[in-house]
Design a protein around this ligand. Structure first.
Ligand SMILES: NC(=O)c1ccc[n+]([C@@H]2O[C@H](COP(=O)([O-])OP(=O)(O)OC[C@H]3O[C@@H](n4cnc5c(N)ncnc54)[C@H](OP(=O)(O)O)[C@@H]3O)[C@@H](O)[C@H]2O)c1
Length: 256
């Protein structure tokens, strides 16, 4: 029996993975900000750095797989209690802090893996002088795409910062999956996203098998990127070690 932690395990792709592994008899712990807490479900707002760090003490001492699927599309600019832009805090900072906090538990497993569900390969480089999207009009899609690139950088940084880790880091872009994407919108945009989902999005059960294969048999390389099950490259420039370490330094400074 393996122990699998799934952030965002209460909805969408994360929930699909939770159900898959529970049915298989593994110990699965789901994390969501509105979840009803229970033996195997934790309510935690991952935009709070201290909450993320505290999870290490609430989770088992050995973790075989960490799936990072928590995400929320924020159409307007919102800030966390610490004054950070919401998408950045959840999609970027929380993933970095969670990996740092749970790495000791992962390293105790025989074949540990981190699988980060993100937009690998499709992002835009960070605006280094405006990581909190304070300047100009807030554009939610742009902020999300910069978060996707930052996730690629986190993958690049991982083996540099943890050269002796056995844990494998997998960046996984599921492409469009029907998880109720229109929830974040209203008016004509909601209708458009609904129609696009019906036409182009993959149902969750069909999106899961390639993800499950990577969790069950992690790749040999320390960091890899996949797009809908196929190997891909991280976004252009996101394999640059200097940029990757610049990001992790910025994240450490934001949540010392
Ligand atoms: N679906 C797609 O088409 C698509 C495409 C490309 C990439 N992805 C990536 O795949 C991942 C999963 O996407 P999805 O569509 O399956 O997501 P989803 O259905 O919207 O589910 C998001 C999950 O994140 C949790 N969450 C949101 N804010 C949180 C917070 N502050 N703290 C803790 N948990 C929080 C939600 O639970 P609560 O509401 O209880 O907090 C929920 O369980 C995301 O990282 C996304 O970037 C998805």
């Amino acid at each position: 029996m393996r122990t699998i932690v799934v952030t965002g395990g209460t909805h969408g792709i994360g929930q699909g993975l939770v159900e898959h592994y529970r049915a298989r008899g593994d110990r699965v712990i789901a994390i969501g900000s509105t979840a009803v807490p229970g033996d195997d479900t934790i309510r935690a707002d991952l935009t709070e750095a201290e909450t993320v760090r505290g999870l290490a003490g609430a989770l088992p001492e050995r973790i075989d797989a960490l799936v990072m699927s928590a995400f929320r599309y924020s159409p307007v600019r919102a800030e966390t209690a610490a004054g950070l832009e919401y998408t950045f805090a959840l999609y970027v900072l929380s993933r970095f802090l969670l990996v740092e906090a749970l790495l000791p538990a992962l390293e105790r497993a025989p074949s540990p893996v981190i699988l980060s569900l993100c937009g690998s390969g499709a992002g835009r480089p960070p605006r280094w002088d405006d990581l909190q999207s304070r300047r100009g009009r807030f554009r939610a899609l742009d902020t999300t795409l910069r978060g996707a690139y930052a996730n690629d950088l986190l993958g690049t940084a991982f083996p540099i910062e943890h050269p002796s880790a056995r844990t494998r880091y997998v960046l996984y872009n599921p492409t469009m999956v029907d998880t109720g994407l229109s929830r974040a919108f209203d008016g004509p945009t909601k209708v458009l996203v609904d129609v696009a989902s019906r036409l182009f999005a993959t149902p969750v059960p069909r999106a899961l098998p390639p993800i499950v294969r990577l969790i069950d048999a992690p790749p040999d390389a320390p960091v890899t990127a996949f797009r809908a099950g196929r190997p891909t490259r991280v976004a252009r420039g996101a394999d640059d070690p200097a940029s990757a370490l610049r990001l992790t330094a910025a994240l450490r400074a934001l949540a010392p």
